[in-house]
Design a protein around this ligand. Structure first.
Ligand SMILES: [Zn+2]
Length: 455
């Protein structure tokens, strides 16, 4: 049985001082913060009491890795670690080889506690630091952690934890992608029957991120590089208070890669398999006009999925045609655009295409205007199978690729494009991996711990 008053003495001046601060606190906030400091000290005493108790237990010595002789105790040695409650210390037995082999000293208690030989910060503090770094700059994450553990945490330390955590992950991902390439089926994510009955929507887009010109060179001209982002989500139905049925994205999963579409494709396909693309009752691909993305659709998803060209991009092109053909300043142009947009939206795309074909026959149309109309006509004609918006509305699928754009904003824009930010390739990849783990609900799994009491 633990006996706290062995270690905490209320006549200890440092405890006295903290208790007085609680008594003297004027406001509720000050009272709570002062109590928090007492709680931290209590927690450290509790931790250290448990560790001291464990250190007193008999030690099972492993054999020497070099000669196999049983290691022998050299007595107790101190160990220190930064924790969520501040620095903690304990004494534990360390051993060496009785034959004098040149091996580092061994501490079986540390090994049993899952503590690495050179570790200076405990796991829960590192994972909290990484969780904060998913959302805020390293310096801010370090400062917030410092408030809680009552000690100084450096931005550099948080950065190192993120690198360490993000480092191992790409290998796992690559292994999964390679397995799929060999024809293996990845383990599907467990979904409820209700979820499995919902349509699956997916799409992809690119976003630019500022990088340093070369590794290890903070100076020089910023190099903008493209990140490809893919989104997969089930389309749930939600009834609002005004009895309107709206689409709600559920089970949203993101994939992203620093690289081109060819780098994204196998990752997106792998995740699509995990999300049950083969058994989904309906699959929809949502995208704007980007040619490379539609090539990806044709190669991977055209057999299973209905392709939907983003309605708002299509409408923008219609306006370009209207402005070129009828002069954008005129009422006539605005009227035709409104009518064309309406027909496109409500199931009459062929009428719109016929109008554009007529426009190409208009005599005296300047060549630049004709070229614009021709381009828009070709664009809609190329996507003829992807602009049946009335049908998509009936099927209850979104008409726009907004879910892809908002994913890019959240995943990339919000964290990687802050004022003055420039990334190294490794630094970017490691943090990207943590953000992906977070948004995909795999963060705690990555750290092998449970942070939330409900999960
Ligand atoms: Zn030995």
């Amino acid at each position: 049985m633990l006996c706290l008053h062995d270690s905490i003495r209320d006549d200890d001046p440092s405890v006295q001082c903290l208790l007085r601060a609680v008594e003297d606190a004027p406001s509720l906030t000050a009272l709570i913060l002062a109590t928090w400091q007492v709680t931290r000290v209590l927690a450290v005493h509790l931790l250290e009491a448990v560790l001291a108790e464990r250190a007193r237990q008999p030690t099972a010595w492993p054999p020497c890795p070099t000669c196999g002789a049983s290691l022998r105790s050299k007595g107790f040695a101190p160990r220190q670690m930064m924790s969520l409650f501040g620095p903690i210390q304990w004494q534990r037995r360390v051993g060496r080889c009785p034959q004098g082999c040149a091996i580092p000293q061994v501490a079986p208690l540390d090994a049993a506690l899952g503590v690495q030989p050179h570790q200076r910060t405990s796991g829960e503090l590192q994972s909290l630091g990484c969780a904060l770094a998913v959302f805020v700059p390293f310096a801010t994450a370090a400062r917030l952690l410092g408030w809680y553990c009552g000690s100084v945490v450096s931005a550099r330390a948080v950065w190192c934890w993120v690198q360490a955590a993000g480092h191992q992950a790409p290998t796992h991902l690559q292994a999964a992608v390679d397995a799929v390439a060999r024809g293996e089926v990845p383990t599907p994510e467990p979904l409820t029957a209700e979820m499995l009955a919902l349509p699956l929507a997916l799409g992809a887009d690119g976003v630019m991120v500022p990088f340093r010109p070369a590794a290890g060179a903070p100076k020089g001209k910023t190099r903008w590089r493209e990140i490809k982002v893919g989104v997969l989500t089930r389309l749930g139905r939600h009834r609002t208070r005004t009895e309107r049925v709206v689409i709600r994205l559920v089970q949203r999963r993101l994939v992203a890669v620093l690289g081109d579409i060819d780098a994204l494709t196998p990752r997106l396909w792998c995740e699509a398999l995990r999300q049950g693309i083969r058994s989904a009752p309906q699959v929809v691909w949502l995208s704007d006009g980007g040619r490379g993305l539609w090539r990806l659709f044709e190669e991977c998803f055209a057999r299973q999925a209905t392709g939907v060209l983003d309605f708002y991009h299509a409408a923008q092109h219609l306006w370009q045609a209207a402005a070129a053909w009828l002069d954008g300043r005129t009422t006539q142009a605005r009227q035709w655009f409104a009518w064309a947009r309406h027909r496109l939206r409500h199931g009459m795309p062929d009428g719109v295409l016929a109008d554009l074909a007529d426009a190409l026959d208009v005599e005296g149309l300047p060549e630049t205007a004709r070229e614009t109309v021709r381009t828009v006509y070709a664009y809609l004609q190329r996507h003829r199978e992807h602009i049946n918006y009335a049908r998509y509305k009936e099927l209850g699928v979104p008409l726009g690729s907004g879910m892809v754009e908002s994913a890019c904003k959240w995943l990339i824009q919000q964290r990687f494009k802050g004022v003055g930010m420039r990334w190294s390739e490794d630094g970017f990849n490691h943090l990207l991996h943590l953000r992906l783990a977070w948004v995909n609900g795999r963060f705690e799994e990555l750290f092998g711990l449970t942070l939330s009491p409900n999960s």
